[in-house]
Design a protein around this ligand. Structure first.
Ligand SMILES: CC(C)(COP(=O)(O)OP(=O)(O)OC[C@H]1O[C@@H](n2cnc3c(N)ncnc32)[C@H](O)[C@@H]1OP(=O)(O)O)[C@@H](O)C(=O)NCCC(=O)NCCS
Length: 152
């Protein structure tokens, strides 16, 4: 299984049905524009394909900060539900680790929603440690409406 970089608008759009399974709040017609905007800040999409269709997708960027040094930050990692538990998540994670090493990163890091217990098992099984609590303040909501946020 090869991991390919997603470059064209058509390839980005083809990732949407998979990404939507992780980020259900995204709007299909805005997806390409949002990815292109994030790319200007270093964001990259990669995917594993089944024929011409992406079946597992990762979004990441190379970042640097005082706490972690140079790191590869994984924004999104999702396998199409039809293809889960077939090793595609591991293929993507291994590719991301190689990419991080290639960029001389000291760390690969990500946030994962507290409710994603199965994903946590996946990360722990692959040698990752839980190293932080993530805090967020929603600046768009004027009053609390009880809806959970969508990060991680
Ligand atoms: C986490 C995820 C990317 C793993 O991808 P994958 O292609 O299933 O990964 P692999 O086949 O290499 O490993 C499978 C393991 O991942 C874990 N896993 C996590 N969520 C799972 C799910 N919904 N279905 C199946 N396995 C899942 C299990 O430990 C599983 O091991 P098992 O098959 O022995 O039960 C994928 O399950 C997924 O997209 N989950 C929903 C989105 C998500 O939570 N992404 C992480 C955001 S931080």
């Amino acid at each position: 299984m090869n991991v390919k970089r997603i470059r064209t608008d058509r390839q980005i759009q083809a990732c949407f049905p998979v990404i939507r399974q992780l980020r259900p709040h995204l709007i299909e017609t805005e997806f390409v524009m949002r990815v292109r905007r994030q790319e200007e800040a270093g964001f990259r999409l990669v995917a594993v394909f089944a024929g011409r269709k992406p079946c597992a997708v990762a979004g990441y960027r190379i970042a640097e900060c005082l706490s972690r040094g140079r790191n590869l930050y994984v924004d999104d990692l999702v396998t199409d539900e039809k293809y889960r538990s077939q090793g595609l998540g591991k293929v993507l994670l291994d590719w991301l680790i190689r990419e991080a090493r290639g960029h001389k990163c000291e760390q690969l890091a990500l946030d994962s929603g507290v409710q994603r217990f199965a994903a946590h098992r996946f990360y722990l099984r692959h040698g990752m440690n839980i190293t932080a609590h993530h805090f967020a303040l929603d600046l768009q909501r004027r009053s609390r409406n009880g809806k959970p946020g969508n990060s991680g």
